[in-house]
Unconditional design. Structure first.
Ligand SMILES: O=P(O)(O)OC[C@H]1O[C@](O)(CO)[C@@H](O)[C@@H]1O
Length: 510
């Protein structure tokens, strides 16, 4: 049933009205068990939800909403491989990429076999590149899901990256990006990975062709050794002259693809075992999502919290603050994951929705954000729920730095909640500002895998409750089509039939 027509939705609306005076400070004073009751342990991740604008009754009603909207059966349909991406008629099986070999029977046994039959040569290739001292630079050319995941993960796992190799990521069609990377490279020392699910994306195709031309221009001959394509469209790669290919399947969405061949730069960086650990961490979270009771299921609790904030308390954005500099691309990664998945205004049947969906996601690593926009989080007029991500154990020996970092993240969560009274006004902190605290014991391939799978599943949960298709992205198509037309006009100078603003801009840039 559509979520806003369920009895639980009406009850939540009523509950939200009575909730207007909710104050975190009072809630903690009234309930000594609050921190415990609103904490959750999941594989590799501890989550403290207690500084959020919820109480036991809110969560109970949200669980009702999950039941009345059929969340569990929708989740189970995904894990059965049913075509829940209805607008594209595809299954949604990124989770299968991290499923242990031979662990499924029935219809899924064959696709799982294909996954491992593809994974093994990909990891063997990664090991071969790692052992090849001549290759010093790996350049990933891809955009969106074919860039953000691998880029985020290689950076996050920098302590595990093989010495002696540099990793570059070129995504933008802006030639400044490719030119800057190429300037520092030698053809004989470079491996280009052309990462594109469709192998039609204009930015990636343009960058790939320019990289090929540069390689040949530098005297490079052996394309099969220096170029590999990561794609579902092996034929298109071959047409470009790239014959070293690693494939995947249409049931892997672009923003869910870092576990597939798209993860090759990660596998080269951290090795076959490291990549397997990443998959294992994500798989542990898959199992938690599949089997933990809804009330003790972290992706479910987070996804429902997102619905509560968006639809009942009208908080329209969420800020991500990873307190670990290696996690600095996580906010960008999560922007695509959540906003491309859940930025939808119609239900699965194409009918317009009368309620809000994806929040705006944004953020920077801490402590940097504190000296930039945290002013607004503490004293601005809008309430922005914050999601802190912290890591207990550092990999360096600068103990005092890490203590200071952890002190800051805990203090920020505390300050947002407690606030500080001041009659003068300017120094008054209202407090009662909500935050979630995610804590990893250490940042490893396995814990990163679990953290990212957690985020994937929480996006599934809110999208499922909202009744939208979280696995298509039709909203990116119009811009692509219009860019083609404008490109032709920039070349020809023809502005006939254009609106006045577009015509004027076109004339200005020519
Ligand atoms: O991997 P591809 O096919 O080049 O697509 C790149 C990105 O473009 C999009 O399709 C959006 O334009 C994303 O969903 C995807 O991750």
């Amino acid at each position: 049933m559509r979520c806003d027509l369920t009895p639980a939705w009406k009850n939540l609306q009523q509950h939200a009205q009575g909730f207007a005076g909710f104050d975190l400070r009072t809630a903690f004073a009234a309930d000594p068990q609050r921190a415990d009751a609103l904490s959750q342990t999941a594989p590799h991740v501890f989550a403290d939800l207690s500084k959020n604008h919820i109480d036991a009754a809110t969560e109970a009603l949200l669980m009702e909403l999950a039941r009345q909207t059929g969340l569990a059966s929708h989740r189970d349909a995904m894990f059965r491989g049913e075509p829940i991406n209805t607008t594209e008629g595809r299954a949604v099986m990124h989770w299968l990429l991290r499923q242990p070999e031979g662990s499924l029977s029935g219809d899924l046994a064959e696709p799982l076999k294909q996954v491992h039959d593809t994974l093994k040569p990909m990891l063997a290739f990664a090991e071969q590149v790692r052992a090849d001292a001549q290759i010093t630079d790996v350049v990933n050319i891809g955009i969106g899901g074919s860039d953000l995941g691998p880029q985020m993960a290689v950076l996050a796992l920098q302590d595990f990256v093989i010495p002696g190799k540099r990793f570059h990521f070129v995504s933008n069609v802006d030639g400044h990006e490719l030119a800057a990377v190429l300037r520092g490279l030698k053809a004989e020392n470079t491996l280009f990975l052309i990462a594109s699910k469709t192998f039609t994306t204009i930015e990636t195709m343009t960058n790939a062709r320019s990289a090929l031309a540069w390689f040949r221009g530098q005297g490079g001959v052996d394309v099969s050794r220096h170029f590999a394509a990561l794609t579902t469209n092996v034929a298109a790669a071959a047409e470009m002259g790239i014959t070293t290919t690693f494939g995947f399947w249409d049931w892997v969405g672009g923003r869910y693809s870092m576990w597939s061949a798209i993860g090759l730069p990660v596998a080269i960086a951290i090795g076959a075992q490291g990549f397997r650990d990443l998959l294992a961490g994500a798989h542990a979270m898959d199992q938690h999502f599949q089997t933990a009771p809804l009330e003790a299921n972290l992706p479910v609790r987070l996804g429902l919290l997102d619905v509560w904030y968006r639809n009942f308390l009208n908080y329209t954005s969420r800020s991500i603050a990873p307190y670990h500099s290696a996690l600095r691309r996580v906010p960008a990664y999560l922007q695509q994951l959540e906003m491309e998945s859940n930025g939808k205004r119609v239900d699965r049947n194409g009918h317009a929705l009368p309620y809000g969906t994806s929040p705006v996601l944004w953020g920077e690593p801490g402590t940097n954000g504190q000296h930039a926009y945290f002013q607004m989080l503490h004293q601005g007029t809008d309430v922005v729920p914050l999601e802190f991500i912290a890591v207990k154990k550092p990999t360096h020996s600068l103990k005092d730095h890490h203590e200071l970092l952890l002190a800051n993240v805990i203090a920020q969560a505390q300050a947002l909640m407690l606030g500080k009274a001041d009659e003068g006004g300017h120094k008054h902190f209202p407090g009662n500002r909500p935050s979630t605290f995610l804590l990893l014991d250490e940042l490893t391939p396995a814990s990163l895998g679990a953290l990212i799978a957690l985020q994937e599943h929480r996006v599934f949960v809110s999208g499922s409750v909202w009744g939208i298709n979280s696995f298509d992205q039709w909203g990116v198509e119009l811009g692509k089509v219009l860019a083609k037309d404008i490109h032709a006009r920039i070349v020809s100078g023809d502005v006939t039939g254009l609106d006045a603003s577009t015509a004027a801009l076109l004339n200005k840039v020519r």
